[in-house]
Ligand binder design. Structure first.
Ligand code: EPZ
Length: 421
């Protein structure tokens, strides 16, 4: 990705029209990992065209799988998995490559990968992943920044309690448990829709899983999984980001191909701010926002089904022009306000103190040159720039392209004056 690229936005235009939401990045990644477990050709539809998905496909190729994309369908032939190493360059490019650990270990009995260092959001430890896999019989050697995991004799089931409902740890345990010997229970499991999507895929491949979406998940190991065809769920964070974009421009938008049931953590907040939101069948959401929004007093990010941490940054942008003051408490990650300094350059009045961010609504923002430092913070800058008077330039698109398919094309289709240069 050429990181000299920038988005040029002339703000102040209402967004109006219909926008289709692409497949969920945070479901496609664990699904691509799960394909390693299926002895044959997996077909994934509605797979988003994102750089993180490309990176996952490159990892699959390194493992000996044949990975092909045609449009939004990705096929993965994992008949012969010959490798078990995830290259350091790919681990550094995408720390969520850790989600390959459970599947590669389950399929080959071995996995070697470099420690996924911290990222823009903070330390991003993987202690919960590793201690769970050790309880299932994996031997994990950490040396020189590498993890060498082996499960000679295969993995066995275990009763695992997570001290935090970690999404990634829940996914890795599921991927290790489906072909382990015996029963596994995951207590305090993550309940995200992406966990349910992964489980539905694995069950179609022959796995025996009960309770996905709840806090306790039961898995009975089966010796072998066969490939299947599956469609990735819609991306609830992308959908929420575009609702924020429509709301901040006092526009009127219909999102299609989304799943409103996955968005109950934040749609009520939009309604409490004064936006009119109607969700109706067939995966559609309607939002209109004719007047200045009022600020939600407190927004606290929580594990699903609470307010998602991934939508916090776009929401702080939306609240920057609302009437009143909002207090955001980021309970999931220790460093997720990197976008705030850039919002201030756009004229917002925002202060942070540790995990708390106070947003005092201002009447108008004004265009400026700003830079994204991470994925969702970059999305927040787009939301703010769409409302800012004058021209804004946003760099750091290599972060935004990880999670949003061609945002300039999507937003231009509903009336934004935006282009990529
Ligand atoms: C997933 O990350 C998502 N990424 C994140 O989305 C999302 O923000 C996060 O879940 C929470 O919803 C993918 O699905 C690829 P966690 P993950 O394990 O699995 C701590 C985006 O913008 N923790 O639930 O890494 C951790 O430090 C990305 O799309 C441990 O302490 O999230 C964090 O504070 C960003 N030890 C908290 O749990 C562990 O072993 C949540 O982490 C694992 C996690």
């Amino acid at each position: 990705m050429d990181n000299r690229q920038k988005l040029i936005i002339n703000g102040g235009r209402r967004l109006e029209g219909e926008l289709s939401v692409h497949g969920a990045k945070n479901s496609a990644l664990p699904l691509l990992s799960a394909a390693v477990l299926a002895h044959g050709e997996t077909v994934l539809h509605n797979c988003p065209c994102l750089t993180d998905v490309d990176a996952a496909c490159r990892i699959l190729s390194k493992l000996g799988c044949r990975c092909q994309r045609s449009g939004s369908t990705v096929t993965v032939d994992a008949a012969n998995v010959t490798g078990f190493e995830i290259p350091d360059t790919l681990m550094r490019e995408m720390r969520s490559s850790i989600v390959f650990l459970g599947a590669v270990l389950g399929r080959t009995g071995h996995c070697r990968l470099s420690f996924p260092g911290g990222c823009e959001l903070g330390a991003r430890p993987i202690d919960l992943h590793l201690s769970a896999l050790e309880q299932m019989g994996a031997e994990i050697l950490e040396e020189h920044g590498y993890l060498d995991c082996t499960a000679t004799g295969g993995l066995h089931g275990a009763k695992i309690t997570l001290s935090f409902p970690s999404v990634g740890a829940t996914e890795n345990i599921l991927l290790a448990a489906v072909t382990a010997k015996g029963y596994t229970e995951i207590h305090n499991a993550a309940r995200e829709p992406e966990i349910v999507d992964l489980t539905e895929f694995l069950v179609k491949c022959g796995a025996k899983i009960r309770g996905a979406g709840e806090s306790v998940i039961f898995i009975e190991g089966t010796p072998r999984l066969e490939p299947c065809e599956h469609s990735v769920i819609p991306d609830r964070i992308v959908a929420g980001t575009y609702l924020c974009a429509a709301a901040i421009t006092h526009g009127e938008i219909i999102l299609t191909h989304c799943d409103p049931a996955h968005m109950n953590g934040f749609i009520p907040v939009l309604e409490s701010m004064g936006a009119r939101v109607y969700t109706y069948g067939g995966g559609k959401i309607y939002l209109s926002c004719k007047k200045r929004l009022s600020a939600p007093p407190t927004v606290r990010t929580m594990p699903y089904p609470g307010f998602p941490t991934d939508i916090q940054a776009p929401f702080t942008a939306l609240c920057s022009t609302a009437e009143g003051t909002s207090v955001f408490v980021e309970t999931i990650f220790e460093n997720r306000f990197r976008h705030v300094s850039e919002l201030v350059r756009l004229g917002a009045s925002v202060k942070t103190e540790g995990r708390v961010c106070v947003v005092q609504g201002v009447k108008t923002l004004s265009g400026a040159k700003v830079c994204a430092a991470e994925l969702r913070g970059g999305a927040a800058l787009i939301v703010a720039a769409l409302a800012a008077e004058g021209t804004s330039e946003i760099t750091g698109l290599e972060y935004i392209d990880r999670g949003y398919e061609s945002p300039e094309t999507a937003l231009r289709s509903v009336g934004a004056d935006i282009k990529r240069a």
